[in-house]
Design a protein around this ligand. Sequence first.
Ligand code: ZN
Length: 136
Amino acid sequence: MIVNLVGTAVVVAIVVAIGMYVDKKLRVDVKPENLKDGNIKVMINRQRSLQKRQQVDIDRGIGTASTAGDTPATAIRAGQAQIANLRAGQRCKECRTRLQAHGPDEELRYADRPLLLLHFRCPSCVRKRSLYVIPT
Ligand SMILES: [Zn+2]
């Protein structure tokens, strides 16, 4: 019984020691005293690139499944005339300015069906938006 407890304690101690060693080698733990100027710059750059990626995701409608057409899963079913209306009627979510087409449409496939991805850009605040459409 005691042998089992001691054996378990030894195994736990070894695992903790390995974890601490790996932490130290990879600098996983971020403590204020570990932050030199270079590290802070690296962290800020990482933060910025993460924010940039998140902004790209928001602009492309990924991760913010709120409005119809923002994601492939919420794509809008539309015929040619409705697509023309969608093209003309988009407004910037930020400043409500009418959006302009930005670049050619993309033809995609999602869940075994063709999708059209329309790209827009706000002429005022330069915010981008993409709209997923299922052509009918
Ligand atoms: Zn705008």
